[in-house]
Design a protein around this ligand. Structure first.
Ligand code: GRF
Length: 211
């Protein structure tokens, strides 16, 4: 295994890997993960949901499923770097306090600093709505449509210090149709994400992924 990445321990149904899920928006991915964890014996369990936005619709899924949740807004101040670090320190403290073992980014719309990544490297995963390394960044669907490609998809990857650059754990393709808009494409890719992410977490949390 790559020395820089320390993967989570093997979880079991009796002692599941404790997940902290980080969101910024609607949280359809979080809802799919919670459904997956309820449906079957599972080697991972969501114990904490953190949003950087108080208006994130996804918080309702945490509430409905009685999962502990916190809003950690970006603190006020002049210096963007100081604000970012303070925010990440707060997030890190909450994760540690809840004994989180794997951080799952699910529509979390902030880039994490090297300070945070270093602390969670190998235990920090993201899903990105394109076939990385193609179309990284915040506007994947727009960029896919502008490029006129016929196949897109989604990628689950470990997070490193770059933007959407960490080791790829799983990918699945999705066809782009000639009448697709950003919205229709996003919707179709999300359907695939909702299957792929929980299944990849099953593999990662049971020792069936090695780097
Ligand atoms: C997903 O498409 C994910 O790949 C991207 O943001 C979207 C989140 O959607 N990073 P939701 O908030 O889970 O509905």
């Amino acid at each position: 295994m790559d020395a820089g990445f320390a993967l989570p321990r093997d979880g079991t149904e009796e002692d599941p890997v404790r997940l902290g899920v980080m969101i910024s928006g609607g949280g359809s991915g979080l809802a799919a993960l919670l459904r997956h964890q309820l449906k079957q014996p599972c080697c991972h369990q969501t114990v904490l949901v953190i949003s950087n936005r108080s208006d994130a619709g996804g918080l309702r899924h945490a509430k409905e499923n009685l999962v502990q949740h916190s809003v950690v807004p970006i603190p006020p101040g002049q210096d963007p770097e100081a604000r970012r670090l303070q925010h990440e320190r707060e997030v890190h403290q909450l994760l540690v306090a809840s004994n989180v073992e794997l951080v799952v980014l699910s529509g979390y719309m902030r880039i994490l600093s090297p300070w945070f990544v270093e602390r969670w490297k190998g235990r920090l995963v993201n899903i990105h709505p394109s076939l990385l390394p193609s179309f990284p960044g915040a506007h994947a669907h727009r960029d896919v449509l502008a490029a006129g490609v016929e196949i897109t998809g989604c990628t689950v990857h470990l997070v490193d210090e770059g933007v959407d650059t960490g080791p790829i754990l799983a990918q699945q393709s999705v066809e782009v149709t000639s009448d697709d808009t950003e919205d229709t494409l996003q919707e179709r890719v999300k359907q695939v994400e909702h299957e792929l992410y929980p299944k990849t977490l099953d593999l990662l949390c049971s020792g069936r992924i090695t780097l």
